[in-house]
Design a protein around this ligand. Structure first.
Ligand code: SF4
Length: 427
């Protein structure tokens, strides 16, 4: 038994609720457990209980041992003066909370509930509830995944809101920054974002008709043109960039920020920068198109770009390949951008406009994209929980990273159901 489990048992009334008595022998009924308080002060606020014939409303404090009351110094703390109940697992020192009724719960807690919890907490596998969650109803799990997706977006979009405020509410700019970060995918997201932030959007947009100039600006600002090249193409970019750099007083980001190691060449930042340049070159009014489009079929062509022809035979400057392959962004990358940039920006835009119907559409967009395939979704799949769409794979990633890997099973609906199940069957 620990405090977190003890509070969980109280919060969800997982003890035998009939036949309760205070240590003084008065019958006790819990009408409402109260609201869990995660801040300073008593553990549960605004609880409602009945002792004998008297109904009481107020705060409840809980301890594993009654002597913890003294250990925590509550006897000197005015916040604990007007409790309606002191709930303890064991009453090792009687009458510590003067004039406060005491309820001892040890004998009212089913033993299998504690062992279920122990199994979760001591599970050696990465997913503590592996082999147990299949007993939880599908509808319960799906509702929990919806909650996880909302939580994921809340966390993500809090940062985006700050970015939006920093760019004087310029949505085009937010899309440009977020899209750039997404083109960096996991490994080069940060340098890609720094690159976009170092290059005001109006500059590449001004050169939109001229792909070479857009590439010169992007590769130059990426710090990748400060070398002696052999090929004509990078030399030309260099020449263009030197001119534009002086004209617009630009400062490139350091080249060493870019990572190439252990990457598939098709994902090299050079290829991604060239594809990003192609997107800017191709796009007219990309933001309004993206905000107004809610079907995967219509969005895919907007993002279907290919790096310029030099990259057909190169993954890096001056290193030629014998086989020519056009470097298109590819379906999986496009889906990744819909999941990580387009759907969230649509959701944020709809939320800021207070249009619930549009928020729904951004969620539906995510539901129309196939589930992602990565280590986390594979782990869930191995244990019998297969995401049906990107909305669910995003939710399962959130669940794994923020709950399962930290063993926060007591804060998880699936955990609650697993721990509660035998208690329900037994009652
Ligand atoms: S947090 Fe929930 S889903 Fe994750 S292992 Fe625990 S009970 Fe299972």
């Amino acid at each position: 038994m620990n405090e977190a489990l003890f509070q969980f048992i109280w919060q969800y009334s997982l003890y035998r609720v009939t036949g309760l008595h205070t240590v003084e022998g008065e019958p006790l009924t819990v009408i409402h457990s109260g609201r869990l308080n995660k801040d300073a002060g008593p553990d549960f606020l605004e609880a409602k209980i009945k002792i004998g014939t008297t109904t009481l409303v107020g705060n409840v404090e809980m301890h594993i041992k009654s002597s913890d009351w003294l250990k925590h110094g509550h006897q000197n703390d005015p916040a604990y003066k007007n409790l309606i109940l002191h709930v303890v697992y064991e009453n090792d020192v009687p009458d510590v909370a003067k004039n406060t009724p005491v309820l001892v719960l040890k004998d009212s807690i089913p033993a299998h509930l504690i062992s279920k919890y122990a199994v979760l907490m001591h599970a050696p596998q990465k997913l503590p509830c592996a082999g147990q969650h299949s007993g939880v109803k599908e509808i319960t799990k799906e509702a929990w995944l919806s909650r996880m997706l909302a939580e994921r977006w809340e966390q993500k979009l809090a940062d985006w809101n700050v970015m939006l405020e920093n760019s004087t509410e310029d949505w085009r700019n937010l899309l440009y920054w977020r899209m750039a970060a997404n083109f960096g995918f996991k490994t080069n997201a940060t340098p890609f974002l720094l690159l976009a932030q170092s290059l005001p959007l109006n500059l590449p947009v001004k050169q939109r008709e001229n792909l070479t100039q857009i590439e010169a600006l992007l590769f130059g600002q990426a710090g990748m043109l400060d070398e002696d090249f052999e090929d004509d193409y990078p030399r030309e970019l260099q020449k263009e960039y030197d001119y534009l750099k002086k004209k617009y007083n630009l400062r490139p980001i350091p080249k060493h920020l870019w990572k190439f190691l252990r990457m598939r060449p098709a994902n090299f930042p050079t290829i991604r920068i060239a594809q990003f340049a192609a997107l800017i070159h191709k796009s007219i009014h990309l933001f309004s198109q993206i905000i107004e489009t809610h079907s995967v079929k219509e969005i895919e062509p907007l993002l279907d770009v290919t790096a310029s022809s030099y990259w057909d035979t190169h993954f890096q400057f001056d290193v030629a390949q014998t086989r020519a392959t056009p470097k298109s962004l590819g379906k999986t990358s496009i889906e990744n951008i819909i999941i990580n940039t387009i759907a969230p920006i649509q959701f944020l835009y709809a939320a800021r406009q207070d249009t619930h119907a549009l928020q729904e559409k951004s969620l539906q967009l995510l539901e129309a994209v196939p589930a992602e395939k990565n280590n986390i979704t594979a782990l869930w799949e191995d244990h019998g929980w297969k995401a049906k769409s990107a909305a669910q794979s995003q939710a399962l990633i959130q669940l794994y990273n923020n709950y399962c890997s930290q063993k926060r099973c007591l804060e998880c609906t699936v955990g609650l159901n697993i721990i509660r199940q035998p208690a329900i069957q037994a009652s």
